[in-house]
Design a protein around this ligand. Structure first.
Ligand SMILES: Nc1ncnc2c1ncn2[C@@H]1O[C@H](COP(=O)(O)OP(=O)(O)O)[C@@H](O)[C@H]1O
Ligand SMILES: [Mg+2]
Length: 228
């Protein structure tokens, strides 16, 4: 059984009288530990795909199976438990809370998970060490560079030991060198922590570092044949 399977997933947004088809019969199988990249033009449906896989949005039709269970059949509580415990999200901006330190930002994830022991702080520190800023646990976001803030966001995504990491253009606003460093970090986490990774990116060179590359085009998902 695949870890993740999408079966003919469609998503249609309805705004007033207009129907906007964002995903059109998308089918996909992802095995545990895979590193998938998804490229595609703006508006092609990449973020919608991530939201549907991560249980942020329900599909209009089709099934999203995680570990063989249909997550779209879960009630709101079940869906939020799936989101918080099994999936880690890294968004385009680091979106750290400015009034919390690096350690507190990472520990925040535990509030919404089940992991409420005193060991949270140790885990936050361990993760900040893992992402290379173990010496900055007490820094506030404004005291950190863009790349360092991104590292905190990655540590936060790992706090509840997710089985799947979803990264939606996580390096869009970073310079090339920092972008390459963050990508190397994500790839190391995929290997060493054995977390399945789905990475949305505009950067084809980065996308090629994944083990499989897919292209989103007007709501359709196709294998990218250009991978050399
Ligand atoms: N909440 C929403 N309501 C209505 N339309 C949306 C919403 N989110 C995205 N869309 C539309 O769905 C399509 C796919 O968007 P999106 O998944 O964000 O693409 P991408 O991430 O590839 O840029 C676009 O036409 C976009 O305008
Ligand atoms: Mg997007």
């Amino acid at each position: 059984m695949s870890q993740l399977e999408l079966v003919a997933v469609s998503k249609i947004y309805r705004v007033d009288q207009t129907a906007i088809p964002a995903l059109n019969q998308v089918s996909l199988r992802v095995e545990r530990g895979e590193f998938l990249s998804v490229v595609g033009h703006s508006g092609s449906g990449k973020s919608t795909l991530v939201s549907v896989i991560g249980g942020i949005l329900r599909p209009s039709s089709g099934q999203v199976l995680f570990g063989g269970h249909d997550i779209s059949a879960l009630d709101d509580g079940g869906l939020s438990a799936y989101r918080n415990r099994r999936v880690g999200f890294i968004f385009q901006f680091a979106s750290l809370l400015p009034v919390l330190t690096a350690r507190e930002n990472v520990m925040l994830a535990a509030l919404f998970g089940e992991n409420r022991s005193r060991r949270e702080q140790e885990r936050a520190d361990h993760l900040l060490d893992l992402v290379g800023i173990g010496d900055r646990v007490n820094a506030y976001p404004w005291q950190l560079s863009g790349g360092q803030q991104r590292r905190v966001a990655i540590a936060r995504a790992l706090m509840n030991q997710p089985e799947l990491l979803l990264a939606d253009e996580p390096t869009g606003d970073l310079d090339e060198q920092t972008e390459a460093e963050i990508m190397a970090l994500l790839s190391r986490i995929n290997r060493e922590e054995r977390v399945t990774m789905i990475l949305i990116t505009h950067n084809r060179a980065l996308a090629k570092t994944a083990s499989r590359m897919l292209r989103m085009k007007q709501g359709h998902l196709d294998p990218e044949v250009l991978k050399a």
